[in-house]
Design a protein around this ligand. Structure first.
Ligand code: BDP
Length: 328
């Protein structure tokens, strides 16, 4: 009798062990694209997102973050791969993404936000969330926004102290129409280029300058080959975490919810890391001997005036622009 009970107990334990092994072995192994190196705030946000998904799905979904542009350095091509389901998840800049969903462009108009707080009120409020959901039209699922601060111009030639100083300068921009129009409006000559090609283009003087936030200026080492940085803060281009719709639809509804919630839960974490990296990177640029030009409010107003005519090109979205500007 006791022998039989013992055998039953052993069998029951074995069944439990097999069942729990099944829940820890992932049913899905996914790839997440990221251009930045491991310590960069967006990469850390991706890693936190992947961890939360793994915990929330009890190990059913495992996401590996491929950072440092290991899977390519052209974000526009990555968006296309994600649309087709060849890439599972991607953290990309909103500028290349807006090429596929035009309304998103308004979020990247120069000087549309009063400051970073204004931008976050828009992004986390109904306007931002509706626009994020609208990437569905491009066969993607918008998961969340991450912070990318403000972008400013830098170059290898001279200090830019006014709009006039930009005249004729060859400036690399992201592969999107809006930043090209912006550089043209400021009198420069825009050169769209994939991120991975910018360092050598600066070094070989194929371009005179580029534009980006402090952390990218430092982490892509552009400060080594373009030492003049002007803090004009012309755009705030948020980062976006997207999933392939084809890929995400393979998960149960409950696991899809975990993915959405994990993305939202990783945002505050990324934002805190961003704030620190923004300050630290500015300090690093100073310590490296970069020539940093801070502009007076009157000069910033000149920049704002010069880009104002661009808004007319987005008249289809005039209501949306007015709503964004009205957010307090
Ligand atoms: C950085 C973004 C990155 C873009 C890059 C660019 O984080 O996703 O690839 O700008 O300018 O700020 O291409």
């Amino acid at each position: 009798m006791w022998k039989r009970v013992f055998i039953i107990l052993v069998l029951a334990a074995a069944v439990v062990a097999i069942a729990s092994a099944q829940t820890t072995k992932p049913q899905f192994e996914f790839k997440l694209y990221e251009i930045h190196e491991t310590s960069y705030p967006t990469t850390q946000g991706d890693i936190e997102f992947a961890r939360l998904v793994n915990v929330g799905t009890q190990g059913r979904v495992h996401i590996t973050v491929y950072d440092n542009g290991q899977l390519g350095s052209d974000e526009k091509a990555i968006v296309e791969q994600t649309q087709m389901g060849a890439m599972d998840f991607a953290r990309i800049s909103l500028a290349p993404l807006a090429q596929f969903v035009p309304a998103l462009n308004v979020l990247t108009l120069p000087y549309i936000y009063r400051d970073g707080d204004h931008m976050w009120k828009v992004l986390s409020g109904p306007i931002g969330q509706k626009l994020l959901a609208s990437v569905d039209k491009a066969n993607l699922v918008g998961l969340c926004y991450y912070d990318a601060g403000a972008r400013s111009f830098y170059n290898s030639k001279k200090e830019i102290k006014s709009v006039a100083d930009l005249r004729g300068m060859k400036i690399r921009v992201q592969q999107a129409k809006l930043p090209m129009d912006m550089v043209t409006a400021l009198g420069g000559s825009p050169t769209p280029m994939a991120t991975g090609d910018v360092y050598s283009a600066l070094q070989t003087h194929v371009i005179d300058g580029a534009e980006n936030n402090w952390p990218s200026y430092i982490s892509f080492s552009h400060f080594e080959v373009a030492k003049y940085y002007t803090v004009d803060g012309h755009t705030r281009v948020p980062e976006v975490l997207v999933a392939s719709k084809i890929v995400l639809s393979k998960l149960t509804k409950a696991d899809q919810d975990v993915v959405m919630k994990s993305a939202t839960a990783s945002v505050e974490y990324q934002k805190a890391l961003w704030a620190k990296s923004d300050k630290d990177s500015e300090a690093k640029a100073k310590a490296a001997g970069c020539i940093i030009t801070y502009l007076s409010p009157a000069t910033i107003a000149e920049f704002q005036k010069a880009v104002q005519p661009m808004y007319a090109g987005y008249s289809d979205f005039a209501d949306l622009i007015a709503q964004i500007q009205a957010v307090q």
